[in-house]
Design a protein around this ligand. Structure first.
Ligand code: AMP
Length: 593
């Protein structure tokens, strides 16, 4: 496809306001893209490379302005380009406002292949090109989509000494051959500002519309009820999730139809977008799924490990290749994985005693290119694997979480995060308390039946919301523990201030270490005023800061409210009970929820 034709299509799409119309125009562009289908499917979205491909242009705005300026003529500078940008606010319009193509001398000087392109040969004469006043008609250049794609590859591949020159020269070469209409989209592609209203969903729908026909596989009666579009779109979406490559999916749909899309599989060595989590509560999780898969939330950096049986690659959450920076993970995979696999997990920094170190420590290691061995001695990295996308020849994206976790434990014999499936709030709560006590960030709650949705921040993975507010509450009672904790006060009755009185609102037993239990017992025992069985009444003397998930209306406590998932944060040594939170504040917080 000529790049001029691409630019013309892009203009048409930009002018279209209706979503359906846009899909139709994108579908037409894909249908006419012939051999350039993969590139057109990406370029229309402003993507230069497939999603799994981590190459980047490494071209900042100023380099792009320089290339435009150089192609625009000796009297134009990068500052002029920037000035025009300040006026118009849009790089495509700026690029389209220049007349390119006259810089034959400089093109030769620039030395790139494109710089010696045919517009320089055919249209090098300024007088000729100014015939239409705009550097030639859109079809006047012979720049093709393939050449533009190859130039971007050359720019992305430039490395080391002189690489900036290669990038600048290659861009200059393209602009110097471009008509204004072409330059508009070249500039937008280079700077990642395509913005013609085409997102991934549009291309997905267009692929289904152009290359798939639901009616091939469906009986006539069904066609009348529903046109089958949703099924086709779902097939394209699922192939996109697996391949992370719009170009490949478009080609597959064109050449092999629905069957080809259904057969597509993950490739070890091509990173998959990570499934993401949104904030949520235990209440949300249990209301939605009846039972929740609970895991520790590790405070590290996301990694995806691809092991093909021989070699191992490690990718970051952004699918960058971080293999060289994290040799421990490669060693871990090679020692403990007994089959080819794609494993999802968290890389955590650990201290000498195996305790988790803060997140900043893993960052010191993550993108490290030099001195890896030296740094490795200071901060050691370990894997906490929590998911498995592929194991021993089988893709698992469509398998439920619990099954994926089982497969994970089968193929990886160390470093697998524990998964608790529970419907009991108490059990989940104590899992969270253990995780916090061990120095982790908290817990993740996952739908045990959910499939793996790459790149989705859906409702199937919830990161337990940290407490938004804490309350300072007075300890008015407690319970002696059991067994080895019989000598310690364990569960603490909390009250909110109500004028001179204190009204109970809940009990807290979570978030307290064994050491703290001893300290709290020493602190509270002198204030015991009455005992009955294991229950004690306390004089209101001590204030606890307490986190919680929600305040509920409840007849259980005298305040009329109860805290859901209360968690001990600290003793407010600086506060006397009259300064503790009032029932009024509790009421207000409950209303605001
Ligand atoms: P956030 O970065 O706050 O959106 O939280 C989600 C991130 O938590 C994920 O991308 C992972 O890097 C990290 N994480 C830690 N532990 C887990 C786990 N058990 N399951 C999923 N993600 C986890």
């Amino acid at each position: 496809m000529d790049f001029a034709a691409f630019a013309e299509r892009a203009d048409g799409i930009e002018a279209e306001e209706a979503d359906l119309g846009t899909v139709g125009l994108v579908a037409d562009a894909l249908a006419d893209a012939d051999a350039d289908l993969p590139v057109v499917a990406r370029f229309l979205q402003g993507r230069l490379f497939p999603g799994w491909d981590t190459r980047k242009l490494a071209v900042g705005p100023s380099l792009c302005y320089e290339a435009i300026a150089r192609a625009a003529g000796t009297n134009v500078t990068a500052d002029d380009v920037e000035d025009r940008l300040a006026e118009t606010g849009e790089i495509g319009a700026v690029a389209a406002s220049y007349e390119f193509g006259g810089q034959t001398g400089l093109a030769a000087f620039g030395g790139g292949d494109d710089a010696r392109g045919s517009s320089a040969e055919e249209g090098g004469d300024d007088a000729d090109r100014s015939g239409d006043g705009r550097g030639g008609s859109p079809s006047g250049t012979d720049l093709t989509v393939r050449e533009v794609d190859e130039s971007f590859e050359r720019v992305a591949a430039a490395e080391g000494v002189g690489s900036e020159d290669v990038r600048r020269d290659t861009l200059f070469g393209m602009f110097n051959r471009a008509s204004p209409a072409e330059a508009k989209y070249l500039a937008r592609l280079v700077l990642g500002e395509m913005r013609i209203g085409v997102g991934g969903g549009t291309v997905r729908d267009a692929i289904a519309e152009t290359f798939l026909d639901a009616n091939v596989t469906r009986p006539v009666e069904e066609r009348e009820e529903d046109d089958g579009t949703a099924e086709l779109v779902a097939a394209v979406e699922s192939a996109l999730q697996v391949t992370n490559d719009y170009g490949r999916v478009a080609e597959l749909a064109r050449s092999e139809g629905l069957a080809g899309l259904h057969d597509v599989s993950l490739e070890v060595g091509r990173p998959v977008r990570a499934m993401l989590a949104r904030a949520g509560t235990v209440t949300d999780a249990l209301a939605e799924w009846d039972r929740a898969a609970v895991e520790t939330k590790y405070d590290g950096a996301r990694v995806q490990i691809h092991h093909d049986g021989d070699s191992t690659a490690v990718y970051s959450r952004n699918m960058e290749d971080v293999t060289d920076a994290l040799p421990e993970l490669v060693e871990h995979a090679e020692e403990h994985l007994d089959a080819p696999a794609i494993v999802d997990g968290e890389a955590v920094a650990v201290g000498e005693d195996g305790e988790p170190l803060p997140f900043q420590e893993i960052l010191r290691r993550f993108r490290r290119k030099y001195d890896v061995d030296r740094l490795r001695e200071e901060v050691s990295v370990e894997l906490r694997a929590f998911d498995c996308l592929h194991a021993d020849g089988t893709d698992l994206l469509d398998a439920p979480l619990t099954e994926r976790h089982e497969r994970l434990s089968e193929v990886l014999d160390a470093g697998v995060s524990e998964l608790l499936v529970s419907a009991a709030p108490d059990e989940i709560e104590s899992h969270e308390a253990d995780a916090l006590t061990a120095g982790h960030e908290g817990i993740m709650l996952k739908n045990p039946d959910s499939t793996y949705s790459p790149g989705k921040r859906g409702k199937h993975w919830l990161k337990r919301k940290p407490d938004v507010e804490t309350l300072d509450l007075v300890v008015t009672g407690a319970e002696w523990g059991e067994g080895r904790r019989a000598e310690l006060l364990g569960t603490f009755l909390l009250s909110a201030r109500n004028g001179e009185a204190y009204e109970t609102i809940g009990k807290v037993a979570t978030g307290i270490t064994d050491e703290q239990l001893v300290e709290l017992t020493d602190l509270l025992e002198p204030h015991v005023v009455d005992e009955s069985g294991t229950d004690v009444d306390l004089r209101p003397e001590v204030v606890f800061e307490v986190g919680y998930e929600e305040i509920q209306a409840s007849p259980t406590y005298s305040s009329g409210y109860a805290l859901r998932f209360p968690r001990f944060v600290a003793v407010r040594e600086d506060k006397e009970p009259p300064a503790a939170d009032s029932l009024e504040r509790v009421e207000r917080l409950a209303d605001e929820q």
